[in-house]
Design a protein around this ligand. Sequence first.
Ligand code: TNX
Length: 538
Amino acid sequence: MRHFIFSKLTNLTMKSLYLFLFMLSFSILISCEGQKEEEVIRIPPTQIDISSNSIIPVPVSVKATNSSLALTPRTTIYVDTTSGELFKVAEFFRSFLSDSIKVEGFTGTKTYGNIYLNLNDSIAGNEAYKLDITEEFIQLKAKDTEGIFRGIQTIRQLLPVSVNDSVQHIGTGTITDSPTYGYRGAMLDVARHFFNVDDVKTFIDWLAFYKMNTIHLHLTDDQGWRIEIKSWPNLTAHGGQTAVGGGEGGFFTQEDYKEIVHYAQQRYITVIPEVDMPGHTNAALSSYPELNCNGIAPKMYTKMQVGFSTLCTDKEITYKFIDDVIGEIAAITPGPYFHIGGDESHATPLKDYIPFINKAQEIVHKHGKQVIGWDEIAHAGLKENSVVQYWNESENAVRGIKQGAKIIMSPASKAYMDMKYHKDTQLGLRWAGYIEIDTAYIWNPATIEADIKKENILGVEAPLWSETVTDINEIGYLVFPRLPGYAEIGWSRDSLRNWDEYKLRLAKHANWFEAMDINYYKSEKVPWEINEIDDSLK
Ligand code: TNX
């Protein structure tokens, strides 16, 4: 038997019972004419305390009112009728809920059991949202659809992991939330090993769930060129055909890339393409001999050394080449950034490196994009708006700050997801140290380096280099459970972050990892067993 009862009925006096019956017959009357109006079935609330939730990243403010609302197959998601984009976001949300939940335009008054998504200027700030859950309905407000999208991730995390056709209770209260940093992302290296469109989509889904908003694709390196360039077809025909260890490689056609961009856009995630230069270019040099100073194409490279290759910075064809490459990719990249790499160019003397980076910046600007480069680019004269990605040398970041650049924080010893967790981790490298879950979490971008201040920082990015990973399961193992921590570092207020409390929330997310089929690392630092205790109480 279903546990639906007419809870209101139990409290009614005789007088209001008559009123109720009258209203019921009235609603049956109107239902004869038009759309069937279903009687309101109220499900009695239970006590749920949303302040003891396990939301990651931790929101700015959570005020619990210790009751609940039940979502049922009868729930409707209502959106402001004026925004087509909001309809799409609501559809996205619906795809995680019961199939029978509908999305409709909102015109009338708010009614029991429904969800209201509402664009409202009173919520200031990009990506900010306010979520009110009462015993009557859920209302999510934001200035724009991006804020609604972020708030939806919070609602998802407040609901049980598997939402099916049965009744789902959600705790009542108010959550107000907004990000600390406007740039929160992860990098996926598709060059050392290639990962296909579906793998990248999976990666994007992970980022979206944790309110990250950028994915940086490292598209080219010594071992492989992974993006079709129509004016230089041999880059992929030859340069895309192998990988670290000598595997078969692969590449994205421009259509594939557009599909990734579109998928990311639907999740309010910006794709940042990286074409690494002037070093990390063996695959390009092997595809086109004219890009080499000696005119001889090297063999493709399948090992893991870095720093041996360079474009010939004296040749005019080199600048024609990067102009074509940047132009073709910029044309299919709606986001504002183009990443030119610039790291570990040990085979390029500094006297050649600096003018090269200066020219590359000009070309990126010509194609309407803003430059990002690894911290070494700060040796050059930075154009206004160029962004320095700090990974290795804080002096380089400081060089950038002195030129007015903003910094993306990716300190290797904290934020590199390709580092091993401990000495026995099978996958990963260890040159920047072991990064256990607590090490990955316990740092503050605004204080980790004395000379890099909060106002200099654009945001946080956790890179995954792929020398040692070959498929999505191996990616999952290095990324989880570190990624939720990086998301929290980027989004949440530092004063609200605390490892001892975070590790409990993280442990509860094992249920999500399992539902999403993620091959996560079961670190001993995290008390996963609390989930078993919860299960036994059911
Ligand atoms: C350094 S980090 C690199 C990459 C490697 C990575 C391995 C950076 C800008 N360059 O080329 O893949 O180490 O951890």
